[in-house]
Design a binder for this molecule. Structure first.
Ligand code: AP5
Ligand code: ZN
Length: 216
């Protein structure tokens, strides 16, 4: 299956993508994760992307589309994939449609995770990520047994630079202005399914898997 997860920052895309990709046995491709890996490694792409990410702005389309084109060309994505965080603009969506059409295929489904801004702010301000294994925690909703330490690998937890209050506000503005129009774009293609992304993580996963099942 070729699936896209869309939703505001902090909706739980990364959290749900782990479970859904495992369920579908397809690779999870997160543009945010790829950019962050490049930032950590200090590559030219990372240096460029960091300027935008730290400001809560989207990285320019051309840079992002080229990066995804390269990633989708890898063998593990040939039979299906789950895209987390891409596309995020109408030009990115159009480029993805064209890229897949050139390969003789198309997206199957776009799943929107629906949560309101207050919940997004609660989720992002409490998020902590493990330096060791990259597992995402939450100081209130999914807390490790010892504060600041990952239960899975013992690694140190840190707060993402873009999870500061003023950057979160800018990311929400970017979402409303540039990404929300994709809901209509994919709705018009008959590919959109929206799910309620509030409540416990497990409940959201059940809703997501149910939605995939009813799709077929
Ligand atoms: P990216 O990493 O994609 O950030 P985002 O879309 O803002 O999404 P997040 O990773 O912040 O949140 P999420 O929805 O994955 O939520 P999570 O599961 O972590 O992008 C970062 C930046 O990279 C962008 O700002 C941009 O600069 C750049 N970029 C990336 N893609 C781009 C593109 N296509 N074009 C241009 N630029 C791009 O959950 C959040 C927290 O909530 C966690 O602590 C989690 O434990 C908790 N949580 C999750 N589910 C629940 C639940 N059900 N109940 C309670 N807590 C929950
Ligand atoms: Zn860890």
């Amino acid at each position: 299956m070729r699936l896209v997860l869309v939703g505001p920052p902090g909706a739980g895309k990364g959290t749900q993508a782990e479970f859904i990709a495992a369920h579908l046995a397809v690779p999870k491709i997160s543009t945010g994760d790829i950019f962050r890996a490049n930032v950590t490694q200090g590559t030219p792409l990372g240096v460029e992307a960091k300027r935008y990410m730290d400001a809560g702005k989207l990285v320019p389309d051309e840079v992002t589309i080229n990066m995804v084109r390269e990633r989708l060309a890898r063998a593990d994505a040939a039979e299906g994939f789950l895209l987390d965080g891409f596309p995020r603009t109408t030009p990115q969506a159009a480029a993805l449609d064209k890229l897949l059409a050139d390969l003789g295929t198309a997206l199957d489904l776009v799943m929107e995770l629906v949560v309101d801004d207050d919940e997004v702010i609660r989720r992002l301000s409490g998020r902590r990520t493990c330096r060791g294994c990259e597992k995402v925690w939450h100081i209130e909703f999914d807390a490790p047994s010892e504060p600041g330490v990952c239960d899975r690998c013992g690694g140190e937890l840190f707060q993402r630079d873009d999870d500061k209050a003023e950057t979160i506000a800018e990311r929400l503005r970017e979402y409303a202005n540039k990404t929300a129009p994709l809901i209509d774009y994919y709705g018009a293609q008959g590919k959109l399914v929206g799910i309620d992304a509030t409540g416990p993580v497990e409940d959201v996963t059940v809703r997501a898997i149910d939605a995939l099942r009813s799709y077929g």
